[in-house]
Design a protein around this ligand. Structure first.
Ligand code: ARG
Length: 470
């Protein structure tokens, strides 16, 4: 049977329709397959609406009681697994209303007074997304905490720092990890900001133009914990900016997860060998027995495509829509649900990966930072401290590096005499300045990788995330 919320053998929406939907079109039109996700929110919104109708004298209190107890019964049936609407219910809103009428009889038919599925679906979706945002925040903090724990363990570990993926200057590993903590903090702020615009009630905008029924939009908004109401009914039912904004914020979260994922993949490579993947988070090859694959970070990197794609999909879906509601909006749900599911899953997987999926290899890292020319800038800085103009110092060190490369030597291998041939002001203390640990320690500018600076940041983040700075 197609549509028709009152059911009872009628195969039509209202008496205006004479024929039922073509079965394929019925399937094509239905959203119940995915919008059942909004069931709790649909029930919450309906309870608030029913109470408000009674408070405004539109229905009796006794009728509101019947409606609300019926709605709670549907919630209980769903929890027990016995509420299973089908395609003929079209969407979650019709499914609930139809079940309510079946449970409570004619009074059930009063629920939809002064309301449309257009403001209803907008209400449900905002309530649902607001809940997910509230769940996301502690998950982001857990991930930051996992990063911070590793950072605290590696406050004295060095790792090559790169630009252009060429060895540049060594950095403190904690500093590197804290960079991600900072990115994630911006993600938290963005979600918090999006939440403000999600948290506005469209309920009572009705189909598009408001309603002559004497409703009170502020009371439903307050009952549902919305911070305010949409001022314009047309805007209320056709605004999906919040879905785009959330997907954009989630896309940036995915970018951050993916960049770290890429680093882990690189670090775990034979060429690098900076981390060892634990058995809990790595997989084997069906053919090559020696292999241990970084599937977790690879999947996170790969899943970015979905989230970015949904953002693009939503923008495209909305851009040509005239006011007000258009059925195109039904397409927002699967996109938003998948953005939420994917980002939650990736966040969880990356948290586990950082917590117990990898261990840094200090021996390999130590060897890496000691075997390159990433201390070359420090020789130039050393000369600058001896009154050599920077550009001149830079040229001198350039020729030293060139010489070393052709002799197969590192900077620390040159004798003091040899150094003095390049510049007479060089003394034996140059060798201290060249040591990777000193190279890192010296970078004490604010925000720099100098150990003392990193300690300040570790203290700050331990405080913010409530972690003991051991
Ligand atoms: N299933 C619809 C959606 O997801 C609900 C709103 C339907 N409104 C309408 N006028 N057909 O958008």
């Amino acid at each position: 049977m197609a549509g028709g919320v009152t059911g009872g053998g009628s195969a039509t929406w209202s008496d205006r329709f004479e024929q039922g939907l073509h079965p394929a079109i019925e399937r094509f039109n239905a959203s119940i397959g995915f919008d059942i996700t909004l069931l709790q929110e649909d029930l919450d919104g309906s309870v608030a609406h029913a109470r408000m109708l009674a408070d405004c004298g539109v229905i009796d209190q006794a009728e509101a009681d019947q409606l609300c107890s019926g709605l709670e019964q549907i919630r209980a049936e769903a929890a027990a697994g016995s509420f299973n609407p089908g395609i003929d219910d079209e969407d979650v809103h019709f499914a609930v209303e139809r079940r309510l009428i079946a449970l409570r009889g004619p009074v059930g038919k009063k629920l939809h007074t002064g309301r449309s599925r257009n403001d209803q679906v907008g209400t449900d979706l905002r309530l649902w997304l607001r809940r997910r945002i509230d769940e996301l925040d502690p998950l982001v903090r857990l991930f930051q905490t996992a990063l911070l724990r590793q950072a605290l363990d590696h406050r004295n570990t060095l790792i090559p720092g790169y630009t252009h993926l060429q060895r540049a200057q060594p950095v403190c590993l904690a500093h590197h990890l804290l960079a991600y903590v900072e990115m994630l903090e911006r993600d938290r702020q963005r979600f918090e900001d999006v939440r403000k615009r999600v948290n506005c009630s469209p309920l009572g905008a009705a189909a598009l133009a408001g309603t002559p029924v004497p409703i009170n939009r502020h009371s439903t908004a307050a009952a549902l914990d919305f911070e305010g109401i949409y001022a314009n009914s047309l805007d209320a039912v056709s605004d999906r900016d919040f879905a785009v904004e959330f997907s954009a914020a989630a896309s940036l979260l995915m970018v951050h997860l993916s960049r770290l994922a890429e680093e882990v993949i690189f670090w775990a490579s034979e060429e690098c060998g900076f981390v060892r993947l634990s058995d809990r988070c790595a997989t084997g090859s069906s053919l090559m027995p020696q292999k241990k694959n970084p599937d977790v970070p690879e999947l996170v990197r790969g899943k970015c495509g979905r989230v970015f794609g949904h953002l693009q999909g939503l923008l495209t879906m909305i851009k040509g829509l005239p006011l007000a509601y258009n059925k195109d909006f039904q397409e927002d749900k699967e996109a938003l649900f998948d953005v939420v599911n994917t980002s939650f899953q990736c966040l969880e997987a990356m948290t586990i990966l950082i917590e117990e999926g990898l261990s840094f290899r200090p021996d390999r890292l130590e060897a890496a930072v000691g075997s390159d020319f990433s201390n070359a800038t420090d020789v130039a800085d050393y000369l600058v401290a001896r009154q050599v103009p920077f550009r001149e110092a830079y040229q001198i060190v350039g020729s030293v590096v060139k010489q070393c490369l052709s002799d197969g030597l590192l900077l620390r291998d040159l004798s003091l005499e040899r150094w003095r041939q390049f510049h007479p002001s060089i003394d034996a203390d140059l060798f201290d300045a060249l040591a990777p640990r000193q190279v890192v320690a010296a970078r004490l500018s604010e925000g720099g990788t100098g150990f003392a600076r990193v300690e300040e940041q570790l203290a700050l983040w331990s405080d913010r995330l409530g972690l003991a700075n051991h």
